[in-house]
Structures are given as structure tokens and as C-alpha cells.
Design a protein around this ligand. Structure first.
Ligand code: ADP
Ligand code: TZD
Ligand code: MG
Length: 589
């Protein structure tokens, strides 16, 4: 039997007992610190992302001493983002550990973002003493954290007594992973950590969660209804979302796509679930398929803003019927009518569809698949020469053409991506070939996920990570390159440096001394930041220099930052979502 944290403490306590008075019957004790560690380990949670401080410094130390991997960050938001994406990559809740009030609040953005994106994570925060907080007597870092966390996560719990730690951790794990995954807050007041209890009783109080994310089988009549709708389709389309990637039903999904012959469209983080060069991928004919499809099968994707809420110009005038597979029943009809809701886990739902399709399934009409193929061909042919260009300064196509070739050669590398133009162009240009290799700004389009995601991707998978970052986006988490160097992680950051947000060319309309709101210091040397921490910094002005630097980094696994100089004129406002910008109707002359 492996030695637990509690065993160690028990040994210590009996040795102390012997030294003190020679009582062989010294009570074996455990405490809050050790019970939390034991409870996490019992549930196969072996990594914590956090920032130390009162009251959790010793907790981090002890967790490390007990063999957990404890990755210390420079800011809690990035530790939280790391935990969230660790959850997405492993289906186990990622753990973020923060200090009270300000540290907790710093972690909260990541917790809310995890919940929005359906990633399982647990934000564990130390907190001040209840008696003082509740009477608002001004404790160190006083804040009613539980109340603040509640509306921003799936569930929030507080543990007051050592004997409840087992239950508390079990509830947090179940809440994070079951049904639609999400963020959970666990509040641990300072006093809990030092509370002692009998070691044997402590061990017994811990729970190994059985089946934390139970399968949920779809009802047979719901499956039959979905098949009926699908049989009536003349221009069917499958849309795969990151829920499908998370579900790890890779084989079933591939079988459904290939057996049905239906073209599919991957949402951003579902790219690679089937390889982007799969003949049925409609990625390069997106506008056409959304407009023209008559039956759309949604698999782990929501009809939110990213899909224009299922209506309007994007979807055209053709009447459509939706079949939607999701574990969350309330998702159905959230934006448009769902003709055939299929509630259950994706693996079970897709298997049920496959079974009901039987052997003689008829492929979609050739005029539909033919039109898509023709559109793809035209679009890809138009794109190809742009990706080969050697313009200096580089434009997005030239630089991303180089990175596209690298990912093609290293399909197991993980791509992290944020920015506006840097995000939108990279998403459409860089093909992915394996599931769960593309990690990006997700449902909120949030900036700041970059370094946290990159760190967790490297820690959890051991694979090389390529983080393609707008210069603005990078700034949100840039200090974490010290963390990357400290843990010597195989992360190559490429900063697309176009001197600002969207472009580097805006000017202050007043002509005053302040620069425009969207521009940065021209020609900043982000590569030198990396050198400051012992990593490799490269200044790249051509696609060849960029390729060489990234290839070397991926080969060596050494922390690297490539400052890729991009034409400051090349981008457009808000990348591809400029239409969402409200504009003043009262323009001053
Ligand atoms: P995307 O942004 O890629 O379109 P979304 O985050 O909008 O994807 O949607 C993911 C959906 O997947 C959510 O509605 C979530 O409830 C669902 N989901 C997550 N895991 C599972 C699962 N195992 N089975 C079924 N649905 C799932
Ligand atoms: N703050 C947060 C947390 N998220 C956001 N999405 C924004 C602000 C607004 N924003 C975007 O939506 S993209 C972006 C910001 C600030 C940065 C775009 O600049 P970039 O990319 O340098 O990262 P490009 O390539 O220059 O367009
Ligand atoms: Mg920029």
C-alpha cells in the first residue's frame, strides 16, 4: 500500500509522543492539510496550479512533499486557466489553488470562463475566518468569497470541519465532471487546515468518487425521431463542437461521419477531431454549408453567437431542422427550435444513432456533396499562393503558412491560439490532424488564456506546445514565460507583433501627445523578455526565419519566444467579428 500524507503525519505524531512521554499509545492524528491532499490523491488528482500565500502556503508545500505536482504561477488567473484546460484535456477537474480575497478574485475570471466553456475545474481558495468575515470586523483579506463565487460557477461549497473534507472534495469533483462539466468553487477557511482528527477516522472519511461522469443514454424514441429527421434530409450537415472533443468519443464520431457520408464542420476547438484534410470536412466551405443545409446535426456545440444563434444571414433562407446532441437538456431550443433533441452523453448518443442507421444508409445526394467539394476547391486554391508568400514585413498569411507546414509535420503538437486577426487567420489557415490539439479563446473570446493553457498543455501531455499569440493577447499573461522557463517546459511562443490591437496604425484623432488607444510601443522586443529568464528569444522578420526558429524550438523542447514582425497594416478591426462593434451614430467633424 502506498504511503499517504496521513500515514506520514501519524508517524510523526507517534514519534513525538514517544519522545515526549514514551506513550506507545499516542493518538495518531491527521489534519486538514493532509486530509485534503489525501482526498485529492485518492481521486487520482495529482497536479495543482496556483499561487502561494496565506493561508495556503504550507498546503502547497505539503502537497509537493507528498508527491503532487504543484505548479506555481505569477498570477492566479493564469493558474486558473491552466487548471481549466487541464480539466478539458484529462476529463478530471483541474485544480487551481489561491489565497483569500484578491488571489481568489484573480482566479475567478478563469473559474467563470471554465464554466462558460464547460471545462471541469475546481477553484480551491483559502479564506479568512468566518466569525470575523460575517461580522465584517476587518480580517486580513476579508471577503465573503462563497457568496461572490456562487453566480459564476456550477456549484460552490465551503468546508468547516476536517471530518467533512472527504465529502466536500467528492461533491466538488462530482459537480465539476457530471452532466455539463464546469467550474466549482471550494472555500477553505484558514482554520480548517490545522484542525486535527484521529488518523484512522480521517482515512475512513475520505471518498473515492465512483463514476464521476456517469454515461447518460438517450431515450430510444428520441433516437428514432432523430433518425427520421435525418432520413428526410437532402442537404445534411454535422457540426462538431468542443463538447464532442471533450467527450473522447473519437471513434464513434468518425464512424458516424463516415458511415453517413454527411459533410461536417468543426468548431474551433473541435478541429482535428477528424483531420482537417478529411474529404468530408466542409471547413473550407463554411458559408455555403450553413446557408444551404436543410438538416443540421449539432454534436457538443451550442447555437450561440459563434454560430449566429442559428438564424439570420449566416444561415440563409432555406428552412432548417436541427438535431442536437447534448448532455444538458436545457440547451435545447435555447436559440432556435430543435426538431430532434438527443439528450445524453455524446458517446452513447452517437453509438445509438449508428446502431439505428443500420447497414443500408444512403449517402447524401451527390449534388450537395459535389457543390461543397467545388466550393472547397475554389477557396483552397485561392488561399494556397497567399500561404507561400515571402513578404517582408510578413503578413498573416505568410507567417501562418509557415506555421501551418510545421503543424502538418508535427501533428501531435498542441496549438494554443489567441488574439483577433492572429486568432481568426490561424484558425482557418492551420489545419489540425488530431483531437484536442487546438486550444483557444473559446466561448467568450477571452484574451489571457495563452500562457496558462500552454503551461497546462505541456504539463498534462508532455507534448511540444506552440502558442500563437497576438501581441496584445500575449500581454495579458506574458509574465508567465518566467513560469515556462522555471519548469523548463517545451513551449514555443510566437508573438505576432503588429504593434497593437488589430493593427498598429491608429492615430490619436486630437493630434495630442498620447498615442491612439489600440497601439503599442513600435517594434517591441518580446524576444528579449524570454532571454531575461534564460529562455531562447528569436527576432524573426521572414517566414523562413520564423520556420527555422519554431522548428528548432519544437525539436529541442526548450522554452522559446519568437517575436514575429507582422505588417502593422495587415489586420482588420476585431479580426472577423468587426460587425459586433457598436458604432457611434453621432460622428464629430
Ligand atoms: P463550441 O464552442 O465548440 O461550439 P460549446 O462550448 O458551445 O462548443 O458546446 C459544448 C457543448 O457540449 C455544451 O453544450 C455541453 O453541454 C456539451 N457537452 C460537453 N460534454 C458533453 C458530453 N460528454 N456529452 C454530451 N454533451 C456534452
Ligand atoms: N479583454 C479581454 C479579457 N478579452 C478580450 N477579448 C478583450 C479585452 C478585447 N480584445 C479582443 O477581443 S481581441 C484583443 C482584445 C484586447 C486583442 C487583439 O490584438 P492582438 O491581435 O494583438 O492580440 P491582432 O492580431 O493584432 O488582431
Ligand atoms: Mg496585434
Amino acid at each position: 500500500m502506498s504511503s499517504t500524507a496521513t500515514d506520514t503525519l501519524a508517524k510523526q505524531s507517534s514519534e513525538e509522543g514517544e519522545i515526549a512521554g514514551g506513550h506507545s499509545a499516542a493518538t495518531e492524528l491527521t489534519d486538514g492539510f493532509h486530509l485534503i491532499i489525501d482526498a485529492l490523491k485518492l481521486n487520482d488528482i495529482d497536479t495543482i496550479y496556483g499561487v502561494p500565500g496565506i493561508p495556503i502556503t504550507d498546503f502547497g508545500r505539503l502537497a509537493q512533499a507528498e508527491g503532487m505536482r504543484v505548479i506555481s504561477f505569477r498570477h492566479e488567473q493564469h493558474a486558473g486557466n491552466a487548471a481549466a484546460i487541464a480539466g478539458y484535456l484529462t476529463q478530471k477537474p483541474g485544480i487551481c489553488l489561491t489565497v483569500s480575497a484578491p488571489g481568489f478574485l484573480n482566479g475567478l475570471t478563469a473559474l467563470a470562463n471554465a464554466t462558460t466553456n464547460c471545462f471541469p475545474m475546481i477553484l480551491i481558495s483559502g479564506s479568512s475566518e468566518r466569525e470575523i468575515v460575517d461580522l465584517q470586523q476587518g480580517d486580513y483579506e476579508e471577503m465573503d468569497q462563497l457568496a461572490i463565487a456562487k453566480p459564476l460557477c456550477k456549484a460552490a461549497f465551503r468546508i468547516l470541519h476536517a471530518e467533512d473534507i472527504g465529502i466536500g472534495i467528492a461533491r466538488a469533483i462530482r459537480a465539476a465532471c457530471s452532466g455539463r462539466p464546469g467550474g466549482v468553487y471550494l472555500d477553505l477557511p484558514a482554520k480548517l487546515f490545522g484542525q486535527t482528527m484521529d488518523a484512522t477516522a480521517g482515512e475512513k472519511s475520505l471518498i473515492k468518487v465512483v463514476d464521476p461522469a456517469p454515461r447518460q443514454l438517450p431515450a430510444p424514441d428520441a433516437v428514432a425521431r432523430a433518425i427520421d429527421v435525418l432520413k428526410g434530409a437532402r442537404r445534411p450537415l454535422i457540426i462538431l463542437g468542443k463538447g464532442a472533443a471533450y467527450a473522447r468519443a473519437d471513434e464513434e464520431i468518425r464512424a458516424l461521419v463516415e458511415k453517413s457520408g454527411i459533410p461536417y464542420l468543426p468548431m474551433s476547438m473541435a478541429k482535428g477531431l477528424l483531420p482537417d484534410d478529411h474529404p468530408q470536412s466542409a471547413g473550407a466551405a463554411r458559408s455555403l454549408v450553413l446557408k444551404e443545409a436543410d438538416v443540421v446535426v449539432m454534436i457538443g456545440a451550442r447555437l450561440n453567437w459563434l454560430l449566429s444563434h442559428g438564424k439570420g444571414k449566416t444561415w440563409g433562407d432555406q428552412p432548417k431542422q436541427f438535431i442536437q446532441i447534448d448532455i444538458e437538456p436545457k440547451e435545447m431550443d435555447s436559440n432556435v427550435e430543435i426538431a430532434a433533441p438527443l439528450v445524453g452523453d455524446i458517446g452513447s448518443c452517437v453509438s445509438a444513432l449508428l446502431e439505428s442507421m443500420g447497414d443500408g444508409w444512403t449517402a447524401p445526394p451527390a449534388d450537395w456533396t459535389g457543390a461543397i467539394d467545388a466550393k472547397k476547391e475554389t477557396n483552397l486554391a485561392r488561399m494556397a499562393p497567399k500561404l507561400q508568400n515571402n513578404n517582408v514585413p510578413m503578413d498573416f498569411h505568410g507567417a501562418l503558412g509557415a506555421l501551418r507546414r510545421i503543424i502538418k509535420e508535427r501533428p501531435d503538437a498542441i496549438l494554443v491560439n489567441e488574439g483577433a486577426n492572429t486568432l481568426d487567420f490561424a484558425r482557418s489557415i492551420i489545419d489540425m490532424y488530431q483531437p484536442r490539439k487546438r486550444l483557444d479563446v473559446g466561448t467568450w473570446g477571452v484574451m489571457g488564456i495563452g500562457m496558462g493553457f500552454a503551461i497546462a498543455a505541456a504539463v498534462e501531455t508532455g507534448k511540444p506546445v506552440l502558442a500563437v499569440e497576438g501581441d496584445s493577447a500575449f500581454g495579458f499573461s506574458g509574465m508567465e514565460i518566467e513560469t515556462i522557463c522555471r519548469y523548463n517546459l517545451p513551449v514555443c511562443v510566437v508573438v505576432f507583433n503588429n504593434n497593437g490591437i488589430y493593427r498598429g496604425t491608429d492615430v490619436n484623432p486630437t493630434g495630442g501627445p498620447d498615442v491612439a488607444t489600440t497601439v503599442f510601443v513600435k517594434d517591441s522586443r518580446y524576444d528579449k523578455m524570454m532571454e531575461a529568464f534564460g529562455g531562447i528569444g528569436v527576432y524573426a522578420t521572414t517566414p523562413d526565419e520564423l520556420s527555422r526558429a519554431v522548428n528548432e524550438a519544437m525539436e529541442s523542447g526548450r522554452p522559446t519566444l519568437v517575436n514575429a514582425v507582422i505588417d502593422e497594416n495587415a489586420g482588420t478591426e476585431s479580426g472577423r467579428i468587426g460587425n459586433l462593434n457598436p458604432q457611434s451614430a453621432v460622428s464629430k467633424k
